[in-house]
Design a binder for this molecule. Structure first.
Ligand code: SAM
Length: 355
């Protein structure tokens, strides 16, 4: 069986389906998707191809709308309430794995299963261990995805190409003194895009950043917390406590016109609600002009054809940067704290003059 199970934010199933078909086809893997509106997951059926091939040619990090994925090995329906474990063990045959994740969709129905999932974990683990299926050092995780308490999909992911977070959701605690909850979007983005061992240099104290569309300051707060200096651009007011840190200068200017006065700016962050291609172009121009080394920004997506809209924005960025002597990486993810937007990271890895 070469069927893949992919999780997403409910409401984004069609976007994920369009994306996985497009990206798999680029690797010459052809298949079709089974999609149900607001289910919080899709199935990608690539039965003609070797099982697991998709995981060898595509990284989860490169699939924008997917939070988690696994290769399906069985679908169990009408499970007996008295004994769910026996059919699970039978379906697994002799497959071995090192970890178990009991999953459910990120929907209201799914959340109602969370308690059951928690209670089920221990007896299931014990039974699987006893049968010799749960073993050390296999690099594989068993997923039990419960659509309901009597309908379960079973399958495997590989540690090196899957999310380490349960359900692919990175939960973060909202800092009490942050001016807005959107602060979590940028915090999650830093965790997702910047390797921890590089935080000291890329998110370290003393760096300078510009925040376009900064009011009231949730994103600026993330830089200030890391002892950076921020130029905050917005006609709206900035949080008083942030201003009192002395690390923030507030400019009531148009974010599409503002540029840093000095050549020492490292970060560009941008949360302006604007046409996505317009924002994409602006970000690429900053990078092209050497006005920042890294940019983290949101693209607010339309209600329909979101994946096409992302492709259009990537084209805009790639065209802006095509003729220049710079190397860059361009990555995007629909993060847990994002809603109708995705977060994009544009990073100039080879710089000319100065920065
Ligand atoms: C979603 S809010 C930003 C929230 C902020 N990131 C936070 O965490 O608190 C978008 C902001 O973009 C600002 N904005 C929109 N267009 C702008 C422009 N052309 N120049 C500057 N700011 C703009 C709005 O005034 C608004 O405050």
């Amino acid at each position: 069986m070469s069927v893949y199970f992919l999780y997403c934010r409910p409401g984004f199933e069609k976007d994920l389906a369009a994306e996985i078909q497009h990206k798999a086809a680029e690797k010459e893997i052809y298949g079709y998707c089974r999609v149900k509106d607001n289910a919080g997951f899709i199935e990608f059926d690539a039965t003609e191809h070797e099982p697991g091939l998709l995981f060898k040619v595509l990284k989860l990090d490169d699939v924008i709308f997917a939070r988690q994925w696994f290769r399906q090995v069985a679908e169990l329906g009408d499970l007996d309430e008295g004994d769910r474990i026996t059919p699970i063990i039978q379906a697994l045959e002799n497959e071995i794995f090192t970890d178990i994740s009991i999953d459910y969709p990120d929907t209201n129905d799914g959340k109602a299963l969370a308690k059951f999932a928690k209670k089920f974990t221990l007896p299931l683990s014990k039974a699987l261990e006893k049968r010799g299926l749960l073993k050390k050092n296999t690099k594989r995780r068993l997923h039990l995805f419960m659509q309901s308490s009597d309908c379960i999909y079973l399958g495997f992911s590989v540690f090196s190409n899957a999310s380490r977070h349960h359900l692919g959701i990175h939960r973060l605690k909202s800092p009490k003194d942050a001016p807005s909850r959107s602060t979590l979007k940028l915090e999650e983005a830093f965790h997702h895009f910047i390797p921890k061992e590089e935080w000291d240099t890329r998110l370290g104290s003393g760096l300078h950043g510009v925040d376009l569309g900064a009011s009231p300051g949730g994103w600026t707060y993330q830089l200030v917390q890391r002892s950076m200096f921020v130029a905050a651009i917005d006609n709206g007011p900035m949080d008083t406590r942030l201003m009192e840190t002395g690390q923030v200068r507030h400019y009531q200017e148009d974010g599409f016109v503002f540029r840093p006065r000095r050549g020492n700016n490292y970060w560009l962050i941008c949360d302006m609600v604007e046409k996505p291609t317009r924002v994409a172009k602006l970000m690429a121009q900053w990078l092209a002009d050497g006005d920042c080394k890294e940019a983290m920004f949101n693209l607010k997506l339309p209600m329909k054809q979101r994946f096409n809209s992302v492709l259009e924005c990537f084209d805009v960025i790639e065209n802006e940067l095509a003729e220049l002597d710079i190397r860059y990486s361009l990555k995007a993810k629909h993060l847990y704290h994002d809603r109708e937007e995705i977060t994009v990271h544009l990073y100039c890895t080879k710089r000319y003059d100065g920065l």
